[in-house]
Design a protein around this ligand. Structure first.
Ligand code: ADP
Ligand code: TRP
Length: 329
């Protein structure tokens, strides 16, 4: 039994990689936890987007994604990060303990420097806010994708530094990464499925969109009736991710030459449709009832803020800042 915390940045629509790599594992992990905090990292999203309307839309789509993937708001505290401004306050304090050198080594920051014309200070301090997100709930287990492991290492380093300076306060958070193919779902161009590569299978797409995406998977030209190579094949990989049983059958058909790429793609579209249908039905109901989603987020925000305020009272006292009466119990 442990306290679990994770966040998803609202910077685009959810895709198949999010569902199998993060949302579903986070939901099943929550079943054996004491306290679970899942949030939509809207403060973090501001490091890369400044369109308020779009931000609002993405926040809603992530909230719907969490709920449609099975988050039970009675058991899991689901909220927007910005409903709890204490995250940014803790981030400030943690920032005063974080060496510049640690942040300069961050892959995401180095990548931004290499590819963006202007890198804002938020990109640089991103890992400090992320550490605050976790530590403010004394998170112990953090389900994330593989690309977040370095951020988790940094959160541990920052927690250690705080504990060393001010006395034991925060548990050291552990990353929990899905194993195997689901940890890194491949997109239709053969690279990691990511909204930045425009190679995704969107979770709310209709059949025509899924068909169009699957059609774009590049295949070789191999005469009908010949075996197809299985190694590094994107169709097989995606089939495995959505339906391992059908993937095993398809793999046999590849080896015997019983299937061509066009049929394999058709089978994949059917399998994705079957896999996403229940998710999409739940998501559609939620999209038609935005007040339900808003109420869940507001309630979650209140619950999260109570706990965050308690942590901040202790942190303020330990570091020697004012502890206003409203924060004292
Ligand atoms: P994207 O790469 O599409 O921008 P994010 O960086 O917002 O996705 O990822 C949100 C979470 O979902 C992270 O924990 C990430 O590791 C996980 N995730 C994203 N893409 C995939 C994928 N293709 N396979 C597995 N997990 C993924
Ligand atoms: N950085 C994470 C991502 O890009 C999102 C995130 C923000 C997060 N705060 C977090 C994840 C705290 C886990 C815990 O996916």
């Amino acid at each position: 039994m442990a306290r679990i915390v994770t966040g998803v940045k609202p910077t685009g629509d959810l895709h198949l990689g999010h569902l199998v790599g993060l949302l579903e594992p986070a939901v099943s992990l929550a079943q054996s936890a004491d306290e679970v905090f899942y949030f939509i990292a809207d403060y973090h999203a501001l490091t890369s987007q400044h369109d308020p309307h779009q931000l609002e839309q993405h926040v809603r789509s992530i909230a719907v994604g969490f709920l449609a993937a099975g988050v039970d708001p009675n058991r899991i505290v689901l909220f927007r990060q910005s409903a709890v401004p204490e995250h940014t306050e803790l981030a400030w304090i943690l920032g005063t303990l974080t060496p510049m050198g640690l942040l300069e080594r961050a892959h995401a920051y180095k990548d931004a420097r290499a590819h963006r014309r202007e890198v804002n200070a938020g990109v640089f301090t991103y890992p400090v806010l992320m550490a605050a997100d976790i530590l403010i709930y004394r998170g112990e287990v953090v389900p994330v994708g593989r690309d977040q492991l370095q951020h988790l290492e940094m959160a541990r380093d920052i927690a250690k530094k705080f504990n060393h300076t001010y006395g034991a306060t925060f548990p050291l958070p552990q990353a929990r990464v899905e194993e195997g193919e689901r940890a890194a779902v491949i997109g239709i161009d053969g690279r990691k499925m990511s909204k930045s590569y425009r190679n995704t299978i969107p979770l709310l797409a209709d059949r025509a969109t899924i068909e169009a995406a699957v059609r774009r998977i590049v295949t070789r030209s191999i005469p009908q009736g010949q075996p197809l190579p299985t190694e590094g094949d994107t169709i097989l990989h995606l089939m495995h991710v959505v339906d391992p049983e059908r993937a095993a059958a398809l793999e046999r058909a590849y080896q015997s030459g019983a299937v061509g790429y066009a049929q394999a793609k058709q089978q994949l579209v059917d399998a994705i449709e079957d896999r996403l249908r229940p998710f999409r039905l739940r998501a559609q109901q939620l999209l038609e009832s935005p007040e339900t989603v808003d109420t869940i987020l507001q309630e979650g925000g209140k619950r999260a803020r109570r706990i965050a305020t308690e942590t901040m009272a202790e942190v303020r006292r330990k570091v020697g800042l004012a502890v206003p009466a409203r924060m004292r119990k």
